[in-house]
Write a protein that binds this ligand. Structure first.
Ligand code: ADP
Ligand code: MG
Length: 367
């Protein structure tokens, strides 16, 4: 099911009546979510992710704009008539019911032509439970399950009505690191197996990047960029997006373009073709550095952190916006820790420059 968001806007009145100013939680969001894809809705806390999801679900009514499921305008349709499955961070299972009863619950409320027999319901519930691999736990109560298992029950309950659209709001946030990793792969598998169009909300860029067909990066209610995770990472539109994606995060410097060369401090680090002379913000991905004796870019060496396959060279530079500069290089490189200085050459496609005021990306020809 294709889902179309058309100029979707949500304005909340101020919570503090005296302070007055209203909150534009979502501002003019337009996007066609392709059928059968998993979309990661990504951004820092408060950027409007949940509000967007709640508008798609019908739990919240847009201030303006429209929502379509396929060709159907569902903007005025109530939640229970939209055919959606919803999963929240805190599982929200019925504590006094067994797993089976929890999963059956949405089916028991079906009315009219959708009404099912007991046998049909049970069959469906078992099918959903198998999909999330909890069919062995059907007679347990939620309190007898781990967090990961409880979240699987919540997912099964969302899937049992065979929703047209699956909506997940930070579903992994309450799980520990290992379970989070495992469960996100499960969600991806289930989504692929069922082919249900899915919107997955998270503030965790790595989580979104790893399982999404496409990501939408939001900031203060405004969509910043939409694209395939790798494309957005490799080609960020502005400094915010560049900073939000990637671990360790991108290194940011105050720089200057002069005579077709990019300067960081006194070092001419890269040719940037016909970019006009100006002050810029420079972003360099941690994997954008190459160690070189006569490298163009010099930093003060602090220490080297072992990461296993790679090492992280931690250094400082006066033009750096962050306290330290991180360069990730292969662990086979030997680094002399007694040296005060470390020199790099930069990989041009890992270096981005941004307008100092607008923070919009400035393109340059890589030779
Ligand atoms: P996210 O899910 O990205 O953390 P939300 O969509 O929950 O962000 O919130 C977006 C903005 O809207 C925030 O500034 C939040 O405080 C505000 N907001 C959300 N819900 C309400 C509400 N019911 N009333 C007033 N303001 C709200
Ligand atoms: Mg939220």
């Amino acid at each position: 099911m294709k889902v179309t968001l058309q100029n979707l806007t949500k304005i909340f009145p101020s919570r503090d009546k005296k302070a007055g100013s209203e909150v534009v939680a979502v501002n003019d969001f337009t996007f066609e979510i392709p059928d059968g894809k998993l979309i990661g809705l990504l951004g820092p806390s408060g950027c409007g992710k949940s509000t967007t999801l709640y508008m798609i679900s019908g739990l919240q009514k847009p201030t303006s704009g429209r929502i379509f499921f396929g060709e159907d305008d569902v903007t005025e349709l109530s939640t229970e008539h939209r055919g959606i499955g919803l999963v929240f961070q805190n599982y929200a299972l019925y504590p006094h019911m067994t797993v089976k009863q929890n999963i059956l619950f949405p089916l028991q409320n079906l009315k009219g032509k959708d009404k099912m027999t007991k046998e049909e319901m049970l069959e469906r519930a078992i099918e959903a439970a198998k999909l999330v691999q909890i069919d062995e736990l059907m007679d347990r109560k939620p309190s007898e399950l781990s967090g990961g298992q409880q979240q699987r029950v919540a997912i099964a309950r969302a899937l049992v009505k065979m929703p047209r659209v699956l909506l997940l709001d930070e579903p992994l946030s309450n799980l520990d690191a290992r379970l989070r990793l495992q469960t996100r792969e499960e969600i991806r598998r289930i989504q692929k197996e069922t082919g249900i169009t899915t919107v997955f909300v998270t503030h965790d860029q790595e989580e979104a990047m790893s399982i999404s067909d496409m990501i939408v990066v939001m900031k203060l209610g405004v969509v910043q960029q939409i694209g395939k995770p790798q494309e957005v990472y490799d080609d960020p539109k502005n400094l915010f997006v560049a900073k939000f994606l990637g671990t360790p995060p991108i290194n940011v410097f105050n720089g200057q373009v002069k005579g077709g060369k990019l300067y960081i401090g006194q070092d001419a680090v890269l040719d940037v073709g016909d970019v006009a002379d100006q002050e810029v913000a420079v972003g360099i991905r941690p994997e954008g550095f190459e160690l070189a004796e006569d490298g163009a870019f010099a930093c003060k060496l602090n220490n080297v952190e072992v990461m296993g396959r790679d090492v992280s060279i931690v250094s400082t530079n006066e033009a750096s916006v962050n306290p330290v500069v991180r360069a990730i290089i292969n662990a086979d490189n030997k680094i002399d820790l007694t040296r005060a200085e470390v020199r790099f050459n930069l990989k041009p496609h890992k270096v981005f420059i941004f307008n100092k005021e607008t923070e919009e990306r400035i393109g340059f020809e890589v030779k």
